[in-house]
Design a protein around this ligand. Structure first.
Ligand SMILES: C[S@@+](CC[C@H](N)C(=O)[O-])C[C@H]1O[C@@H](n2cnc3c(N)ncnc32)[C@H](O)[C@@H]1O
Length: 307
């Protein structure tokens, strides 16, 4: 059955958002790549085409949208529905920690819950004033490294990834945010190329999906690089290596902040004696852990045996 197109006469922003929302609802899309609901996704699409930050959309809900813009919105909505491609890839843009980032299929769509804790400068876990070196391990689009550089204006940030394609995208974002002097990109298989380097904060959102889980994920996830998602049979291959090697790369009093999504339960079960601090996001999620350099050192044998 063909879908009813949006009427291409002048309509208010609110009306256009409602029309796109209805189309998305009927299409039964999957959300989770920057938005959680059809309405939020419609609002994001419309704000992008109107070239306004999503958080400013409320101020222009009663303003008219021109027919030519409605046509563009309609075409993008149709493509989202037809392909199930995440909207960020269609727009070549995603929002993270309140800022826009360039994205394409070489990187996952930024959505890390760690963003909330970066904005809070990881309080109360570290004295923000003493943070001078930060590592974003598995940087992808560079979103966490850039958010860290903005949250800690005096710190130098290194951003590492094994994927040359991802690093090329991160480079574009560093340039976009004019942080070339403070954010350095490195190609590294986890800590391999970082020998001898120490950081006050290591933040990481590594791959953590199991191969079995990957098969059951909605179509939207198939557009993302497998390297960014899958991490062995239990989803913990990368994080186990990170836990084993992190103490060598943290300063005294430093912290490791790691995101493990649904693998949080498996991780805690694997290391029952480790006092992971599960940070709670504003939506109640607990999939980001924090460990101090001292705790990582104390449990080093357990991590090395598993890594
Ligand atoms: C879940 S994505 C996170 C990207 C970004 N930090 C974010 O939050 O949007 C994981 C990233 O880890 C990278 N990666 C996978 N295996 C790696 C490895 N062994 N060493 C370094 N990076 C790796 C992938 O290329 C991907 O960019």
């Amino acid at each position: 059955m063909s879908r009813p197109p949006l009427r291409q006469t002048s309509r208010t922003t609110a009306e256009v958002i409602r029309a796109v929302t209805r189309r998305f609802q009927r299409a039964k899309l999957h959300y989770g790549h920057g938005t959680e609901t059809p309405q939020d996704e419609a609002a994001w699409l419309v704000s992008h085409v109107l070239r306004i930050a999503p958080n400013r959309l409320a101020q222009r809900l009663d303003k008219p949208v021109t027919p030519s813009r409605i046509k563009i919105i309609d075409a993008l909505a149709s493509e989202r529905i037809k392909t199930h491609k995440p909207l960020a890839y269609l727009l070549k843009e995603a929002w993270f920690a309140g800022r826009p980032f360039y994205v394409d299929e070489r990187v996952i769509v930024p959505r890390s819950l760690t963003g909330e804790f970066i904005l809070e400068c990881f309080q109360p876990w570290i004295d923000a004033k003493r943070v001078s070196r930060i590592l974003d391990l598995c940087t992808g689009s560079g979103c966490m490294a850039i958010a860290c550089a903005q949250a800690f204006p005096k710190a130098r940030v290194e951003a590492a990834d094994v994927s040359i394609e991802a690093l090329a995208v991160a480079r574009l974002n560093i340039k976009r945010h004019r942080l070339g002097r403070r954010v350095q990109l490195l190609r590294s298989d986890l800590f391999q190329a970082l020998k001898g380097k120490r950081y006050d904060v290591i933040a990481t959102n590594p791959p953590y999906v199991t191969r079995a889980e990957m098969k059951s994920l909605p179509r939207e996830y198939r557009y993302e690089p497998e390297l960014a998602l899958i991490s062995g049979r239990d989803g913990l291959d990368a994080i186990k290596r990170i836990l084993a090697e992190a103490p060598e790369h943290l300063t005294f009093g430093g912290i490791l902040v790691g995101e493990v999504g649904n693998s949080a339960i498996t991780l805690q079960k694997k290391f029952p004696s480790v006092p992971f601090v599960w940070l709670t996001t504003s939506t109640g999620d607990e999939s980001v852990f924090l460990l101090t350099a001292e705790e990582l050192q104390r449990h080093h044998d357990a991590f090395t045996r598993a890594g």
